[in-house]
Design a protein around this ligand. Structure first.
Ligand SMILES: NC(=O)c1ccc[n+]([C@@H]2O[C@H](COP(=O)([O-])OP(=O)(O)OC[C@H]3O[C@@H](n4cnc5c(N)ncnc54)[C@H](O)[C@@H]3O)[C@@H](O)[C@H]2O)c1
Length: 379
């Protein structure tokens, strides 16, 4: 394996920034033999694109992702554009033999996701879906503790993902920043945007879901169009969604997600109750994992807050600062890119791949189908 990879990034918005930063930082903090090269960034507005490229150190620009894929000097396509672009870009990139990193949700629905998985398998190209919350050290530690048997048999999985940014009825549908409110661009509302993260973590930490029943709500049913605010359109995304699930291992799951929880900006939480203990995580306090160990001496037993910054023992933290100096949101992407590079170097699967993205998409589809029909859905 040669020691550099030429990256072509699609999209220079929120995720374009987190991924650009991650490519710049990953090899400075984690020892790698393969180094990403910021070869080209793609977007549709040439002026904004050039400003972005200059700021982050991208060597060149393209205004059409097809041109980016055609370039023989690009080896990895990283997709940070809205959900309705993911499938076409993945199919073309796989056909051209490029490695692929794709933001979540993998697609607008599971049928699209299936085609994407088939394409990368046929092409045999390394691939990753960017479920970055797995890379929060406290969450990776939770996975380790479950695998070590510290919780014993799992009874309950309880997840919440709450935000509050779409509550204003003046907020328009569509346009460059509000594509998330447009079902044609986003596929769904909070289900694909927020629950996809909660579902990926649940499948990773507690295993497959067998059946579920959901309810959803669109609180603001008509919104102005960003292209022409004098006109309005029906809102077709879910503003809030909750579901009950039975896991294959017998555990019960409850999941709740909304963009109407006033004051909650990005509260992504889970609590897992097992026979031997409980762990609880809240992204708004991301350097901490709460742990109750029922096997501890009952005189001193209680919830402890594990401060996940011990370089000797905690995932990823030995490569950062000294204990007591926490890390933040951007580090989850640095860890994701670093793990992708380790996967290439070791020729092994370390990251959630498109197949994992498809499994999450199947659950998302079942959630939406159940919310529409009111019936339980089998997976
Ligand atoms: N992993 C996470 O936690 C996380 C967080 C936010 C967003 N996302 C995902 O990342 C993706 C992008 O979201 P975002 O918040 O960065 O959106 P954004 O609106 O901030 O940025 C999207 C970018 O894509 C570009 N774009 C749109 N259509 C394009 C096209 N046809 N060709 C080239 N560029 C195009 C836009 O110009 C913009 O630069 C979405 O799939 C979203 O769900 C993931």
């Amino acid at each position: 394996m040669k020691n550099s990879i030429n990256v072509g990034l699609v999209g220079y918005g929120f995720m374009g920034r987190t991924h650009s930063n991650a490519y710049a930082q990953a090899c400075k903090f984690f020892p790698h033999t393969i180094h990403p090269v910021l070869k080209a960034v793609c977007g549709r507005d040439p002026v904004k694109l050039q400003t972005f490229a200059d700021n982050w150190g991208w060597e060149s620009t393209e205004t059409d992702w097809r041109k980016l894929i055609e370039r023989s000097d690009i080896e990895l396509i990283d997709i940070c554009s809205p959900n309705d672009t993911h499938m076409d870009i993945v199919l073309a990139a796989a056909k051209a033999g490029k490695m692929i990193i794709c933001e979540k949700p993998l697609a607008k629905n599971a049928s699209e996701a299936r085609l994407m998985v088939d394409a990368v398998k046929k092409a045999g190209v390394p691939n990753m879906v960017c479920f970055n919350y797995r890379r929060v050290p406290a969450v990776t530690l939770a996975k380790r503790m479950i695998d070590e048997g510290r919780l014993g048999r799992i009874f309950h999985y309880r997840a919440k993902y709450l935000q509050d940014w779409t509550m204003s009825s003046n907020l328009p549908i569509g346009g460059p920043t509000l594509w998330r409110l447009d079902a044609k661009a986003a596929g769904s509302g909070v289900t694909g945007d927020l629950l996809a993260h909660s579902i990926d973590l649940a499948l990773w930490l507690a295993g497959p879901i067998q059946e579920l029943t959901a309810m959803s709500k669109t609180f603001i049913t008509n919104r102005p169009l960003q292209a022409d605010p004098s006109k309005s359109a029906k809102v077709e995304i879910d503003d809030a969604c909750a579901f009950l699930a039975r896991f294959k291992n017998g555990a019960l799951g409850t999941f709740e997600s909304t963009r109407y929880a006033r004051g909650r900006k990005n509260q992504n939480t889970f609590e897992i109750n097992g026979e031997l203990g409980t762990i609880a995580f809240d992204f708004e306090n991301m350097n901490v994992l709460e742990y109750y160990d029922h096997r501890a001496d009952s005189a001193y037993r209680g919830f402890s807050k594990i401060q996940v910054w011990d370089g000797d023992k905690h995932p990823y933290m030995g490569n950062w600062w000294v204990p007591g100096c926490g890390i933040g949101y951007e580090h989850t992407f640095i860890h994701a890119i670093s793990d992708f590079l380790y996967g290439l170097e070791q020729n092994t699967k370390l990251c959630p791949d498109l197949e994992d993205g498809y499994k999450t998409q199947l659950v998302c589809d079942a959630v939406l189908a159940s919310a529409a029909s009111g019936s339980w859905q089998q997976l």
